[in-house]
Design a protein around this ligand. Structure first.
Ligand code: WT7
Length: 654
């Protein structure tokens, strides 16, 4: 693990305006502090009261929390259904004709679903899934474009109690197969293709490739949504068209009463070692946590139009496009397109066209827009916006200030939200009507979240000193397990920091510091996870992809700072004897990684070398490679190095 250097000294402070404060859920710092202290003193009462007030339960729970570290059960024996909370209950409270989902496709086609319409289609898809043999507890893979049917499929699964595993449409057939196999999915919902920067991404072909030769024996059926319309092969035994089954499917499907701890979904994310891990989230706790964080962090009002620009293939899309907003009865926006040469201003068109009031995106996108210039947003009417959010990586103060001034017109608070796939929802964040923000700081923990910055022994570090970001008490949205691998769950999250006074500590993998005012500043990963444009990639994963190529003897992958993407991938590669370095081979290796994992994992640079720097015991010293990749001098102790000549060679000096 790396050591910390204290970053940034940012002194600007942006207090919420009194107008914003007056209409918000949590009004002013005192209100936040009171709430925080109440929750801290008695978390069970805090969460229990919220669960009664904010969700519909078919059957109440016996106990708020059963904590047998590191295994937590929330709302023990309570029964509910997330799709009921996201749909049915709004039909009785005058939201039946309110837009639930506003969708825009990349070619400019749009669709709006009211709550009644969304409910209707979710029920039909739920019945189709049942017809195709999906039962409560069966896993369903979802490999979809950003179209309404992606959300409909998720909610349909939730309705019948079949945990979904959404795989990002940008992942390769290989990556898809690995996830479906690990989750033992019974059925896959996909589409013929998706629009991505003016070209078709042929999803169905990837599914065919993933399932070829019985590679994933658990998958029995594939449900295909028509999106792009290009011809595709349909296996008459295995594949069914949604548009053929939809019209005759009944729009009535009672929501299955689920146990609060029944799994809702599995979502794969990269770690430091081995294959991506299946993060398991369950029903009651996840529903409550995404509901209440959406409501308070984004300060939801009845007429808000909420747009989170993530893909539903990531946790951000799960929690803040689908479950959080719909549970609150909010209008959520879904956009298939990406800013591209032919339409760099499309995001601002979406804001203007649909009157978006809350906009939630990633720093990498903001930095890209900065580069594209102020004209694009200036020529659109962005006056509907009232609140902005950021997620995925630390936001540099320059990007924060640009976002605030150019997109927010100087009037919109910014919520810089720190969280992870594993946390289910937002953990450290400003509450926009309560907390004065400092550009680059995620500010304070959400009420009920006991976050701290500690050393390796779990002792809090002094202010302004870097340490490990941890959570010392369970919370409803927390990861419950690594699918099929409780040992890895233990080892990854609960072993790194020893328990303090019997309290187990959740290790986030991030470094942070707290300043003299108690503000949290997230400093990025302290492990071998690379954050490329807000997406997590494990070095091991990329290395395994590289060594699966016949030319590669050994590979080590590190992150290198990048202006737009935050980090990009640099791979150090030693070749098998029969191969020699060349431009062509470099290209071939980059393509090979993209094919194995997906385009997001394509290395920005490949550097060939005759050897890699290792310790005497054979461990690659990544610290040296990181410095080398960043073009920095190698400092510190090099005495552990087995062969010092390697460094000269890597520098090109030998
Ligand atoms: C990692 C989690 C759930 C968010 C989307 C990515 C980094 C996330 C912030 C932030 C600084 C952030 C962390 C974290 N991260 N948000 N506001 N400030 N860093 O989810 O793929 O699970 O990645 O993203 O390093 O550990 P993820």
């Amino acid at each position: 693990m790396t050591t910390f250097e204290s970053v940034l000294q940012e002194a600007r402070l942006f207090a919420p305006s009194s107008a914003f404060m007056e209409q918000s859920h949590i009004q002013g710092l005192e209100h936040y502090k009171r709430l925080y202290e109440t929750a801290k003193a008695d978390p069970d009462t805090f969460w229990g009261e919220l669960a009664i007030r904010e969700l519909h339960w078919f059957q109440p729970w016996d106990r708020v929390l059963d904590w047998q570290p590191p295994f937590a059960k929330w709302f023990v024996n309570g029964k509910l259904n997330v799709s009921y909370n996201c749909l049915d209950r709004h039909l009785f409270n005058s939201r039946a004709n309110k837009p639930a989902l506003i969708w825009e496709g990349e070619p400019g086609d749009t669709r709006t679903y009211t709550y009644a319409e969304l409910h209707h289609d979710v029920c039909r898809m739920a019945n189709v899934l049942k017809d195709l043999g999906v039962k409560k507890g069966d896993r369903v893979g979802i490999y979809m474009p950003m179209i309404p049917e992606a959300a409909i499929a998720m909610l349909a699964c939730a309705r019948i109690g079949a945990p979904h595993t959404v795989v990002f449409g940008g992942f390769s057939a290989e990556a898809l197969a690995g996830r479906l196999l690990d989750a033992e999915a019974k059925l896959v919902v996909t589409a013929d293709g998706s629009w991505r920067k003016d070209v078709i991404n042929p999803l169905k072909i990837q599914v065919d490739e993933a399932l070829a030769d019985g590679k994933v024996p658990s998958v029995q059926q594939v449900l295909v949504v028509r999106r792009t319309g290009q011809p595709i092969a349909m296996d008459p035994e295995r594949d069914r068209w949604w548009h053929e089954m939809q019209p005759t499917a009944s729009p009535q499907c009672p929501a299955e009463p689920m146990d609060s701890e029944d799994p809702l979904f599995i979502l794969y994310t990269s770690g430091t070692t081995g294959k991506p891990k299946g993060v398991v989230h369950t029903t009651g706790g996840y529903n409550l946590y995404t509901h209440i964080t959406t409501k308070w962090v984004f300060d939801l009002q009845e007429d808000d139009i909420f747009w989170c620009t993530a893909d539903v293939g990531w946790i951000t899309g799960h929690s803040y496009i689908v479950y959080g907003p719909l549970s609150n009865g909010t209008t959520t926006v879904m956009f298939e397109g990406a800013p591209r040469k032919s339409n760099p201003g499309c995001f601002w068109d979406v804001v203007e066209r649909h009157g978006v009031t809350i906009f939630y995106t990633a720093p990498t996108a903001i930095r890209m827009f900065m580069k594209l210039g102020e004209d694009l947003p200036a020529t659109r009417n962005l006056s509907s916006l009232r609140l902005l959010g950021s997620v995925g990586e630390p936001i540099n103060p320059a990007a924060w200030m640009w976002y605030h001034r150019v997109i927010g017109g100087g009037r919109c608070p910014i919520v810089d939200t720190w969280w992870q796939t594993e946390t289910g929802g937002i953990m450290i964040t400003p509450l926009p009507g309560a907390i004065a923000t400092k550009p680059g700081s995620a500010t304070f923990p959400f009420p009920g979240i006991l976050a701290d910055v500690v050393d390796m022994q779990g002792n809090p570090v002094p202010e302004n000193q870097g340490g490990y970001l941890v959570v010392t008490h369970p919370w409803p949205g927390m990861i419950r397990n690594v699918h099929g691998n409780p040992e890895r769950f233990h080892r990854t999250y609960w072993d790194p920091i020893p328990p303090k006074d019997g309290h187990y500590t959740y290790f986030s993998g991030d470094g942070a510091r707290r300043d003299e005012d108690g503000y949290f500043w997230i400093m990025g990963r302290v492990d071998d996870v690379i954050n490329v444009a807000g997406h997590r990639l494990g070095t091991m994963e990329v290395e395994s992809a590289l060594v699966s190529h016949p030319a590669v003897a050994e590979a080590a992958v590190v992150g290198k700072p990048s202006d737009i993407k935050g980090e990009e991938i640099v791979a150090f590669v030693t070749l098998e004897d029969a191969y020699a370095p060349s431009e062509d081979l470099m290209k071939a290796l980059k393509n090979h990684v993209a094919k194995e994992i997906g385009a997001i994992a394509r290395p920005a640079e490949i550097r060939f070398s005759e050897a890699l720097p290792k310790t005497r015991s054979g461990k690659i010293i990544r610290r040296f490679l990181r410095a080398m990749a960043a073009g920095e001098a190698i400092t510190g102790d090099t005495s552990t190095l087995e062969d010092r000549g390697v460094l000269d060679q890597l520098r090109g000096e030998r």
